[in-house]
Design a protein around this ligand. Structure first.
Ligand code: B4P
Length: 190
């Protein structure tokens, strides 16, 4: 059983790559961004709450996100492994995930990170914003706030996983296929 964390800055291509990796390695794909957007679309209480943060480019509070993620894992008891996309994004989320997996005699196998320069990624997000309808992609100030959130709250996770020898960085620039190939090389060697 392998449990992979797909890591990277906003727009690094986590969601894009997850579509290929989940098929290739038969993993259950859990994207916290997608789950929040599903709840927003269906106007649930969770969606209403998440929207107030996501629209500004802020992270949704840890206690809400952790509870949601744990409940999604519990909905897939027979899973051959999980691909966590966009989670964890804070040290508190990472610690909670480790503790939760330990209760199931499981652990994170590896964190694979997509690396790319902020300016390239900001252009990707602005481009997507023209058609995605995502409020967090349409305004450069909100996008820059997402990078600030990343630098303050998410970047420390690189050390968290490096200390455990579980952090693997991959160049996120190139065609989608090239990036998939780089990620696959890392996962195949685990
Ligand atoms: P997410 O949905 O996780 O989204 P993301 O960081 O914007 O994008 P991702 O890296 O998946 O990029 P994608 O493949 O789509 O988060 C959105 C928000 O949800 C957060 O800001 C936060 O508010 C909230 N949230 C989510 N998880 C949370 C958590 N754990 N805690 C608290 N809050 C949380 O790619 C982006 C674009 O690049 C696409 O247009 C794609 O086509 C393009 N692209 C991808 N690969 C490319 C390539 N190789 N070359 C060129 N373009 C490429």
């Amino acid at each position: 059983m392998i449990n992979i964390v797909l890591f990277g800055k906003p727009g690094a291509g986590k969601g894009t790559q997850a579509e290929f990796l989940k098929e290739k390695y038969n993993l259950t794909h859990l994207s916290t961004g997608d789950i929040f957007r599903y709840n927003i679309k269906n106007d649930t209480d969770l969606g209403k709450l998440a929207k107030t943060y996501m629209d500004k480019g802020d992270l949704v509070p840890d206690e809400v996100t952790i509870k949601m993620l744990e409940s999604e894992v519990d909905k897939n008891p027979g899973s051959a492994g999980f691909l966590f996309d966009g989670f964890p994004r804070t040290l508190a989320q990472a610690a909670a995930l480790d503790a939760f997996l330990a209760t199931k005699q499981q652990q994170i196998t590896a964190t694979v990170a997509l690396e790319a320069d902020d300016e390239i990624l900001i252009q990707r997000l602005l481009e997507r914003g023209k058609t995605s309808g995502r409020p967090d992609d349409q305004d450069e100030d909100k996008i820059r706030n997402r990078y600030q959130e990343y630098n303050e709250k998410t970047a420390p996770l690189m050390d968290y996983y490096s200390i455990q020898n579980k952090f693997h960085a991959v160049n996120g620039i190139g065609s989608v296929e090239e990036v998939t190939q780089r990620l696959s090389q890392v996962i195949d060697n685990l």
